[in-house]
Design a protein. Structure first.
Lengths: 336, 456, 235
């Protein structure tokens, strides 16, 4: 019995939250990796682009709520996302046209494009704050829990409760669908394969008659979908605050690089690597050991490897270690 | 002379703008902008050495700035005796353990060939080390943090004049840069950018959460000053006389004696804070000029030529027998040390250390905007960038407000759009910075004052 | 008039100096033509000029009598000109079959039959169809590169040093494959460092020096020409 309690404890505090957080990071990391692989620069505007998409999701959610359209037990935001994606793609294509295209045509070095993306970061951040303000916003509605801790205890008769938030389930579910669709697109369709070819060897792709303009547009469209959905899911699960989104760029970069930048599948797994290590290393295992160890051996301290204050530091340390020992990332395999 | 005309013109315009602020807003505001412009200039010089001279991207400026601030606290604050006796021993012991751990790892690295076993041994040393250090330090940290937590709860510093911290800050920042450089300089440019950005976040996380060191987010206030205090000045005779002499024309117009006295008092209060700021300006100006002379000398020295050669063609420089890795490390340390000085200067001026205020937008990306806008590779350009961008950063709110009022002039004062826009005025600075950066990068990619190397 | 012809081509990269000067090269279908010459003679440049990778100051390029001097490389591909670069001539992160599919990017109809033809030509590729090209040997990679270029069923195939960096045995094998391709009525133009071996399988050859035609003739003529032998073929 104690053993089952211990397992439920880990599920409740580590596995489920890490899976949801990892999915959110994974979407962002695929976004970073796509831009890096095809447009060939590190996009420092990542976090702010995600917050831009989330902002539109919130605005549409408010609109739908005000006219009384909803999805019942599901959050209204799910209905708002497609509209937000539409605006987001428009914004990205606009930025590409007026900002990035010039440097691409001039074959500027990646460093210069990265600098330019910092300009975009400033502008996007300003636009988001001017439109929706810098404060914390919650836009979740609908049923909050799929399983409540109390109910779970009653049904199973265990000491430990398992609470599963509906946003966690939605996050994981949407991520699976989106990522499968993306990999199907990249690996099975002609356009997707041509994107991979372009990322692999640009000159040869041009010689094969692949149209770079089309590739760039499709990349921004996919990026827009990923950024909006990734951002909206994070906002639903936690809350929306522009500054938090800006900071999220850091673990997202970590995930993309850990997975081998330019490799979407690596980025996907990288998101979970970062999420799980953050949570595993900062969780206090005292209660877990109380269940599995005999009474005489019960620990005094919290059995916490690192204080939760260092959550970010964990992912960055992993990143630094990976960069030093395996700069190409821990997941080998195909580029894009 | 003629070829320096644009430099002189650019600086004259900049000083003119600051003087205009002094006339139209207040001298207090003008001087505080000027002082921060000087500090920004020191930061941009540091970043410019790395990027402009050597082409190294360092997005960790925030971390070095914070280390400079940390130095200011550790140097100037008086030691907290109770805290030292409560847990000082444990902290010192932990420090020795950390040094021991590093030495052990180094020993293993040197002694044995690269192999899987070696990696495992190193990992074991580190993990064991962390566990032992935690055991040793934990009681000490708890004891220290319990010493009068509302006021101290930390070890304090050495109680020396705060000016010393400018040098110590440079040493701290340089030391961190040495470690980072040792491990990360081999990375590709954009990876280096990301790695340094993340490492600077780790530095901030440590400073924020290790309360025994600098009270963490509880801040350290009331640091010693290298300049006189306003309150003292206001009661000093020579200062009051000075203010009176300075404003004699204005004062003589007031006939009533009590009125004149109160006007004088007002002027003394204003004057005292202007005077204090001027003291800081003087100190900062000395630093900027010394650094400028040194960096200019370096730029035109054989060493500067070699650095440019490495920047422009690493392989060729390598082939000619220049040790690229060593030179990169050197310049990485030097540039970071300069940023460390600026960090210490900043805390000196503010008189307080607030770890929570270190954010990458303000302390990393803004500095980069300064370098790019000013002109990378050119010290005068970098300093000008610091001035221009800081000036705009501060003055963008009034400018934004003016623009909002202008464009919404037709709307009613209570119109929701106008209210919303006026509330958002603080964020126009981001917009201006971003737009400015994008425009400069597009139409004047080498900055306002581009790099110009004359062969002497 | 030959099928694919570059006549009196003069030009260089960007605004740089002219690398080729009044250089003329032509090739007919079912023929292998080699461009030879010392290092820096402008061999690859002449080939790239015919592909449209540099702007010609004068001269013209025609295919089947049609003037294509002003077409972009992409448009020349549509005219049936295929090119295999010297380096990075495969998509290393993709499988063999995906490489071939990318070669057929411009073909909208079913290209599976063409892939089967390529597999008949290079049986080893069929065996390794689902392997990443980056994991193949050098000779196999060159076959993938050839196969990719053949996917558009080109009338002209240009090869930039196809045997650079492969062992002599693999080189012979590759030349055999090139001869097989020639038999499918393709015009083949190649730049080669291994001059003797190249001339052995070539119908004709050109020797360029400092961007100008110096000698030309059939493979046999050039092989037996004492001046060519002494200066380029090592006696």
């Amino acid at each position: 019995m104690d053993f089952i309690n211990a397992i439920i404890l880990l599920l409740n505090y580590i596995f489920v939250p890490a899976l949801a957080y990892g999915s959110q990071l994974a979407l962002g990391a695929i976004f970073v990796t796509l831009i890096y692989g095809i447009l060939r620069f590190a996009n420092f505007a990542t976090g702010d682009m995600m917050s831009f998409g989330t902002m539109f999701t919130i605005l549409f959610t408010w609109y739908f709520q005000s006219v009384g359209i909803g999805l019942g037990i599901l959050p209204t935001a799910l209905l708002a996302i497609p509209f937000a994606v539409f605006f987001m793609i428009g914004y990205m294509l606009l930025i590409d046209k007026f900002v990035f295209k010039y440097y691409r045509a001039n074959k500027s070095p990646p460093v210069q494009l990265a600098m330019v993306s910092i300009g975009v970061m400033f502008v996007t951040q300003a636009v988001v704050r001017i439109i929706i303000g810098p404060s914390d916003r919650r836009f979740f509605d609908g049923e909050k829990f799929l399983i409540k801790a109390g109910e779970f205890k009653e049904i199973t008769g265990l000491n430990e409760g398992l609470a599963i938030k509906s946003t966690q389930v939605i996050t994981i579910f949407v991520t699976i669908i989106l990522v499968s669709a993306l990999f199907w697109f990249l690996n099975k369709t002609k356009t997707g394969k041509s994107m991979r070819a372009y990322s692999d060897n640009e000159d040869l792709a041009l010689l094969s008659g692949i149209d770079p303009k089309k590739i760039v547009i499709i990349t921004w469209i996919i990026a827009g979908i990923l950024a909006t959905i990734g951002g909206a899911l994070y906002g639903l699960d936690k809350s929306f605050k522009p500054f938090t989104y800006f900071n999220n760029m850091l673990p997202i970069f970590a995930a993309a690089i850990v997975g081998g930048i330019g490799n979407p599948f690596g980025a996907f797994l990288g998101g979970y690597v970062i999420a799980f290590s953050e949570i595993l290393l900062t969780y206090a295992y005292k209660k877990f050991f109380m269940y599995v160890l005999p009474q005489s051996m019960e620990p005094d301290g919290l059995i916490q490897l690192l204080s939760t204050d260092y959550k970010f530091a964990v992912s960055f340390s992993i990143l630094v270690i990976v960069l030093l020992y395996r700069p190409s990332g821990i997941f080998k395999g195909k580029v894009l | 002379m003629r070829k320096n005309l644009n430099v002189i013109a650019a600086y004259s315009i900049m000083m003119g703008l600051i003087i205009l602020v002094g006339i139209f807003q207040s001298w207090n505001i003008a001087l505080s902008i000027f002082n921060l412009c000087l500090i920004s200039a020191v930061m941009t010089m540091g970043a410019n050495i790395q990027w402009g001279y050597a082409g190294l991207i360092n997005f960790g400026i925030m971390g070095y700035t914070a280390l400079g601030g940390l130095a200011a606290v550790l140097i100037s604050v008086n030691p907290v005796q109770e805290a030292w006796s409560a847990g000082g021993l444990n902290i010192l012991l932990s420090l020795f353990l950390i040094i021991g751990m590093v030495l052990a790892v180094r020993y293993v690295l040197k002694k044995y060939e690269k192999s899987k076993n070696r990696t495992y041994v190193i990992a074991t040393i580190i993990i064991l080390g962390i566990i032992i250090i935690r055991f040793v330090s934990e009681p000490g940290i708890e004891a220290i943090e319990e010493v009068d937590p509302a006021k101290t709860g930390f070890l304090g510093g050495f109680g020396l004049p705060i000016i010393f911290s400018w040098i110590v800050g440079a040493v701290f920042a340089g030391g961190l840069a040495f470690i980072i450089g040792k491990v990360a300089l081999g990375l590709r440019a954009d990876y280096l950018a990301i790695a340094t950005l993340l490492i600077s976040e780790i530095v901030i996380a440590i400073i924020k959460h290790e309360d025994w060191l600098t009270r963490g987010v509880k801040n350290v206030i009331g640091l010693k000053r290298p300049a006189p205090y306003e309150v003292n000045l206001q009661q000093t005779d020579w200062f009051i006389n000075l203010v009176e002499k300075f404003n004699s024309g204005k004062l003589s117009l007031i006939s009533d004696l009590t009125d004149r006295q109160s006007a004088l008092n007002q002027l003394v209060i204003e004057g005292s804070s202007v005077f204090v700021k001027l003291c800081y300006s003087g100190l900062f100006l000395v630093v900027v000029i010394i650094l400028l002379i040194l960096t200019q000398k370096a730029l035109y020295s054989p060493w500067g030529r070699m650095m440019r050669a490495i920047r422009d063609n690493e392989e060729a420089a390598n082939a000619m027998g220049k040790n690229v890795v060593k030179q990169h490390l050197l310049i990485f340390v030097l540039g970071s040390a300069i940023v460390g000085i600026a960090g210490a200067m900043l805390v000196t001026q503010d008189g307080l250390f607030t770890p929570g205020s270190y954010r990458p937008m303000r302390y990393t990306f803004l500095i980069w905007v300064m370098v790019i806008v000013g002109g990378s590779g050119n010290n005068f350009g970098a300093i000008l960038g610091g001035f221009v961008v800081w000036f705009l950063w501060i003055e963008s709110a009034p400018i934004g407000l003016y623009l909002v009022n202008l464009t919404t002039a037709g709307l009613d004062d209570t119109h929701f759009l106008k209210v919303h826009l006026i509330e958002s005025v603080p964020y126009f600075r981001f917009l201006m910075m971003g737009a400015g950066l994008l425009l400069i990068m597009r139409y004047r990619p080498k900055g306002i004052l581009p790099e110009k190397i004359e062969i002497k | 008039m030959a099928f694919f012809e570059g006549s009196n081509m003069t030009g260089g990269y960007g605004n740089g100096p002219d690398i080729i000067n009044a250089c003329s090269v032509n090739v007919d279908r079912g023929e292998i033509v080699s461009i030879l010459g010392p290092n820096g003679a402008g061999k690859s440049t002449a080939m790239k000029a015919m592909l449209g990778l540099l702007n010609l100051k004068s001269g013209s390029v025609t295919i089947n009598g049609k003037n294509i001097t002003n077409l972009s490389p992409q448009d020349r591909v549509k005219e049936g000109i295929s090119f295999v670069p010297q380096n990075k001539n495969v998509f290393a992160g993709m499988t063999v079959e995906e490489n071939l599919e990318m070669g057929a990017f411009l073909i909208n109809k079913n290209y599976m039959t063409i892939i089967d033809e390529i597999y008949d030509l290079f049986p080893i590729l069929k065996e390794k169809r689902n392997q990443l090209v980056g994991e193949l040997s050098g000779g196999q990679r060159q076959q993938v590169a050839l196969g990719r270029a053949l996917m558009i069923k080109p009338s002209v195939l240009m090869l930039d040093e196809p045997t650079a960096g492969v062992s002599p045995i693999v080189m012979d094998e590759l030349f055999d494959h090139i001869i097989k391709v020639k038999r499918t009525n393709v015009a083949i133009l190649m730049v080669e460092q291994n001059a003797k071996q190249a001339l052995n399988i070539s119908d004709r050859g050109y020797v360029l020096v400092t961007g100008e035609n110096r000698y030309s003739g059939t493979g046999e003529e050039l092989l037996n020409d004492p001046r060519v032998r002494s200066s380029f073929l090592g006696g």
